[in-house]
Every structure is written in structure tokens, then in C-alpha cells.
Write a protein that binds this ligand. Structure first.
Ligand code: PBG
Length: 331
């Protein structure tokens, strides 16, 4: 080979034109990959923006159909419901989570009626319902595992009865998937799926979410006795293995972008539907930088979502779902 002919292989050839770039693209983000987290709030005729999450709203039930309708029309497959429970309905045991008339159940019934083609994901954990902000009940200054399971199973069946299609336990108690599967089956909900927050880390990136559901200001201490240590990887694989053995249909890794390595390993090891949760703090960071003119919002959004696909995720829970779906439909 003569020096003049070098380099023979030019990686840039396939990048030369938009049409080749399209042909050789290895991963693609589609509307089918998106799950949209939605916050519901008590009251009437109110849509309030979450201060730390521009473009994310807390809506009352009478405004919910209008809020969801354009996103349903874009074909987003599913949404995940989160309640901002009124403070006077919170207690130490998270009793309101088992109330068939709670915000989530009323929202689920309404959405199933209005948008029967959409999947509904229901977060199962007690933090939106407890006055101490923890995901479980407290005994002797400790979030008690087995006592919490009894409340979680009641919460899960309550949501399933209201029409929730996918129970998503986010509490990180041991044994919750088996307990919830057993309770769902016993109540006849054999088709209700479980998407477990299998590897959920004790993360600093949940701050804006806790503002949105009002579970942050009252939170005593942290969640390190049940959520995972960000230092650990192998432990995440054990968590996933257990949840699958207990009957999880899909697993989730949370947060998203700081934990792409976990998504990759879970996907490679287990080959099961693996979801990423691009959490509130990730959304807030991108939005804050974009609002300052420091990054391009649309491009940063799509790039961050594509990263999950590259890591092996089947889909992403993301507050960007409406904006991303709009862009993906337009191109
Ligand atoms: C509740 C729950 C949390 C999130 C989802 N479900 C908060 C927490 O564990 O404190 C966070 C979602 C987000 O930050 O977007 N267990």
C-alpha cells in the first residue's frame, strides 16, 4: 500500500450524507419507547407547573383528560401516575394508599374510560401517602420490611381494581414482588404486569420529584437503608435476579443517565424488558441548562433518550415524553 493511498478505510464515508447516516444508524428512538410520568393533585380546575421542572404539571382530575389527550394522540404507549396526596390524608402508615377513592384510583378509572388504548403504570410505595415521607412503615426507627409488604400488597390490589395495568413497586423492600404477585393473582388480576424498580439507587436526583408529590419537605433522614448505594453494580444484578425469580415481568433501573452501565449489564445478563427512569433531577438539569441558553433543549433531550436505547433499554420513563413524541412524529 502506498502512503498516498492511506487511509484505505475512511470511517467518515458512511457519515458523508444524511441518507447513509440514516442507513447505518444502529439505534433509534421511537414513540413506542416512551412512558410518561404524570402528577395528579386534589381539587378542581388547577394545573400548576412544578417549579424545578419547567413543562411538568400537577393537574386536577377534571383537567386530566385534556392534559393527556394530545399525548395519547401522539401514540405514547403508557403513562405512569403519581399522586400529590393532600397533607391531611397522610399518616404514619400510608393508609390512603389502600383507599379505592384515592387520587390514583380515581385517575385510573377516568383514564381507562377516556383512553382505553393507553397503558397505565401505577407506582407502588408509601412515600406519597406517609407523613414522614418514607416508602414504608416505621417500626423502632427503621423502615420495617415485612410490615410494609402488607400495606404494599393492599395498595397494589387497590390500583389493579381501579384499572392500573402495570404495578411498579418503587419501594425497594425485600420480597415485595413475590408478595404483590401473590396478592394480584389471588384477587384474579393475573394479567396485571409487574415492572419492578429493581435497581433503584439512593440518589440525589429525585429532589424535584419530591417537590412535585410533596414528599420531600417532611422526609426524615434518607432512604439509604432500602435504596441502593450508588457505589454498587453487582448488587443491582442480584436485585434484578431476585425480582425476576419472584415474578417481575419487566425491570427498571433508576436513575437513568448516571446508571447506564447498570442498564447495559442487566440487559446483557438477563435479556428481559429493561426500562430506564430518566428521573426528575435529570430532566431539571437539562431544562435548566437549556433555559440558560447553554445547550439546545431538543437535541440534548433526544441524545439523552437515545443513550438509553444504546445501553440496551427497551424503553424510558421520561418527563420529556410529550416533547420527544412531538419531535419524533414531526421527523
Ligand atoms: C417513590 C418514587 C420516587 C421516584 C419515583 N417513585 C422518589 C423517591 O424514591 O424518593 C422518583 C422519580 C423522579 O425523581 O423522577 N418511591
Amino acid at each position: 500500500m502506498t502512503a498516498g493511498r492511506f487511509p484505505t478505510t475512511r470511517m467518515r464515508r458512511n457519515r458523508h450524507d444524511a441518507w447513509t447516516r440514516r442507513l447505518v444508524a444502529e439505534h433509534r428512538l421511537s414513540v413506542d419507547d416512551l412512558i410518561w410520568p404524570v402528577f395528579v393533585i386534589d381539587g378542581t380546575d388547577t394545573v400548576t407547573e412544578v417549579a424545578s421542572m419547567p413543562g411538568v404539571y400537577r393537574v386536577t382530575l377534571d383537567r386530566l383528560a385534556a392534559h393527556v389527550s394530545p399525548v395519547a394522540a401522539l401514540g405514547v404507549p403508557a403513562l405512569a401516575l403519581f399522586p400529590a396526596t393532600p397533607t391531611d390524608l397522610k399518616d404514619a402508615e400510608g393508609t390512603e394508599s389502600g383507599n379505592p377513592e384515592n387520587l390514583i384510583c380515581r385517575a385510573a378509572r377516568l383514564l381507562k374510560r377516556e383512553f382505553p388504548q393507553m397503558g397505565l403504570v401505577g407506582d407502588v410505595a408509601l412515600d406519597p401517602y406517609t407523613d414522614h415521607g418514607h416508602d414504608g412503615v416505621i417500626r423502632h426507627d427503621y423502615v420495617a420490611n415485612d410490615e410494609t409488604l402488607a400495606v404494599l400488597t393492599r395498595q397494589a390490589v387497590n390500583q389493579a381494581e381501579a384499572g392500573i395495568d402495570v404495578i411498579a413497586p418503587s419501594d425497594m423492600m425485600d420480597g415485595r414482588v413475590a408478595a404483590i404477585r401473590g396478592a394480584l393473582d389471588a384477587a384474579g388480576h393475573i394479567h396485571v404486569r409487574i415492572m419492578s424498580y429493581a435497581a433503584k439507587y439512593a440518589s440525589a436526583f429525585y429532589g424535584p420529584f419530591r417537590e412535585a408529590v410533596g414528599s420531600g419537605s417532611a422526609l426524615r433522614g434518607d432512604k439509604k437503608t432500602y435504596q441502593m448505594d450508588p457505589a454498587n453494580t453487582d448488587e443491582a444484578l442480584r436485585e434484578v435476579a431476585l425480582d425476576l425469580a419472584e415474578g417481575a415481568d419487566m425491570v427498571m433501573v433508576k436513575p437513568g443517565m448516571p446508571y447506564l452501565d447498570i442498564i447495559r449489564r442487566v440487559h446483557e445478563r438477563f435479556g428481559v424488558p429493561t426500562f430506564a427512569y430518566q428521573v426528575s433531577g435529570e430532566y431539571a438539569m437539562i431544562m435548566a441548562a437549556a433555559r440558560n441558553g447553554w445547550i439546545d433543549q431538543d437535541r440534548a433531550m433526544l441524545e439523552s433518550l437515545l443513550a438509553f436505547k444504546r445501553a440496551g433499554a427497551s424503553g424510558v420513563l421520561t418527563y420529556f415524553a410529550p416533547a420527544a413524541a412531538r419531535l419524533l412524529r414531526a421527523t
